[in-house]
Design a protein around this ligand. Structure first.
Ligand SMILES: [Zn+2]
Length: 159
């Protein structure tokens, strides 16, 4: 038997101004998208913004449904729209943020398992890491790639 450990590295910023302007603008786009989320059931609005290789930004938000499995998270709304409309464009980064009922960001937001798996597929599609920026109430996390969020993941190499 061999015990092994997986570690992930990430960067925590206490102020958005510590990030380069391009990443700041990506987070601002996610914040704007969160305001337009359709979340009448959870009242938890999430916004996501993708930085594409041509520096364009594509955003999405959660779209809930009375039949809850039908709804979509912000990350997948943005990802699928990007992949459907710009199938040749690489995604460099994704920023995710949230707004609760009172208009506050979550203390510790984290993409769900379905979104992690979807982001992994997009990353592998272009063989290029997608950085993740998580815009929490008191800090911003920068995660270098999707494998860091989904270790020991199922992928096209698993089959
Ligand atoms: Zn999700």
């Amino acid at each position: 038997m061999i015990k092994k450990t997986i570690e992930i590295g990430y960067t925590e910023y206490s102020d958005i101004k510590e990030l380069p302007e391009k990443q700041q603008n990506l987070i601002f786009a996610a914040r704007k998208a969160a305001k337009n989320a359709y979340a009448p059931y959870s009242h938890f609005k999430v916004g996501a913004a993708l930085l594409m290789e041509d520096n364009s930004v594509i955003s999405g938000n959660n779209q809930e449904n009375a039949s809850s499995p039908v709804g979509s998270c912000a990350e997948r709304t943005a990802l699928y729209w990007a992949n459907a409309n710009f199938p040749e464009k690489k995604i460099l980064a994704i920023a995710v943020t949230s707004l609760d009922k009172g208009g506050k960001k979550a203390k510790h937001l984290s993409p769900c398992g379905l979104c992690r798996q979807s982001m992994l597929e997009s990353q592998q599609r272009f063989s290029s890491p997608i950085k993740v920026f998580i815009d929490n109430r008191d800090h911003i996390l920068e995660i270098p790639d999707i494998e860091s969020l989904l270790p020991l993941s199922f992928s096209n190499t698993s089959m």
